[in-house]
Design a protein around this ligand. Structure first.
Ligand code: G3I
Length: 300
């Protein structure tokens, strides 16, 4: 193939980008999006603060704009994200206990129902595990409602949109470490008890080459019976081109790695200001990392 999306499709994968609704009027941006990518993740527009700014009043204008763009241009959609400790609206930040639990359940039901049938995969729960050596859950207002909040979120999402794949998504999970093992144990437990989970997202915000056990880590999750996806890829550092190629190779080597999403299009679109971690420079030109990514997708 001659584009990221077409080359990934030849390997039975998708290649996506995080998209901001406010940039859809930028012709350079949408030109690259429509040429190169076949999947979209809204960067902020489906988050709790964006979709339910005041309790029970839902706001979908910006998210719907992205959905319409995706449908008009044949992109699949990853939904991001239904339950997260961050980017909660102020009213939810101040809640606790059963009031917060009920608010979360209602939020998931309403949002997943609004987008029902349009989402390939939802990041149902984002970043619920702690960094560091413990392998346990992160403290948050959601966690303090009870350790079962994650499975409640997944069951609620399944009931609202049975056709969407349901993912758990996190960062610093790109090798075999305490955090990824904590998540691995949760997924294994969910599968054994019939809690609905279909996929695990590895954000992969990297600062150089992925760790040597990156592929082995993806494979051990796949072996639990879930799909794996690279969900927010961006890479800083001088070996960026090689690092992107290594990530692509790892995904292609794992049959249940269904696709890769980069977290923005041009370097100027990245949340990592000044790190230039993406595949297109700020003018929209292809970088060396683009070429190495395309070549890795086309190899073999
Ligand atoms: O929309 C407001 C705008 O009205 C205001 O003028 C401006 C002033 O700061 O802020 C704008 O909101 C910002 C929003 O991005 C949209 O640009 C927020 O401040 C800013 O915090 C927010 O950052 C996002 C961040 O998540 C929030 O946690 C980034 O764009 C987004 O790339 C980032 O994405 C996360 C994933 O969701 C989860 N994984 C990590 C990843 C990187 O942090």
């Amino acid at each position: 193939g001659t584009t990221l999306g077409a080359s990934a499709a030849e390997k039975g994968r998708y290649f996506g980008a995080a998209v901001a609704a406010g940039k859809l009027g930028d012709g350079t941006y949408t030109g690259i999006l429509n040429r190169e990518f076949n999947s979209i993740t809204p960067e902020n527009e489906m988050k709790w603060d964006a979709t339910e700014p005041s309790q029970g009043r839902f706001s979908y204008t910006n998210a719907d704009r992205i959905v319409a763009h995706a449908q008009a241009n044949g992109h699949r959609l990853r939904g991001h994200t239904l339950a997260w400790h961050s980017q909660q609206p102020g009213w939810a930040q101040g809640m606790s206990g059963s009031a917060l639990r009920n608010a979360m359940v209602n939020h998931i039901t309403q949002v997943a129902t609004h987008f029902k049938g349009k989402i390939y995969a939802w990041d149902v729960v984002n970043e619920a595990f702690a960094d560091g050596g413990g392998g346990g859950r992160r403290d948050s207002n959601l966690q303090r409602t009870g350790n079962d909040w994650i499975e409640v979120a997944f069951r609620t999402a399944r009931a609202a949109d049975p056709g969407a794949k349901l993912c758990y998504n996190d960062y610093n999970t790109d090798g075999i470490n305490a955090k990824s093992t904590g998540i691995y144990n949760m997924v294994r437990d969910f599968k054994s008890r019939g809690v609905p989970i279909d996929c695990v997202g590895f954000q992969s915000h990297l600062g150089g080459l992925p760790s040597g056990d990156y592929q082995a880590n993806l494979q051990r999750f796949a072996d639990l019976g879930v799909d794996v996806q690279i969900t927010e890829l961006d890479i800083s550092g001088s070996n960026q081109a090689q690092a992107y190629a290594n990530v692509v190779k790892a995904c292609l080597a794992v049959s249940r790695c269904t696709g890769i999403t980069v977290w923005g299009i041009r370097d100027s679109d990245s949340w990592r200001t000044g790190e230039n971690p993406l595949l297109f420079n700020s003018s929209g030109a292809k970088k060396a990392a683009y070429t190495s990514t395309l070549n890795a997708l086309n190899a073999g």
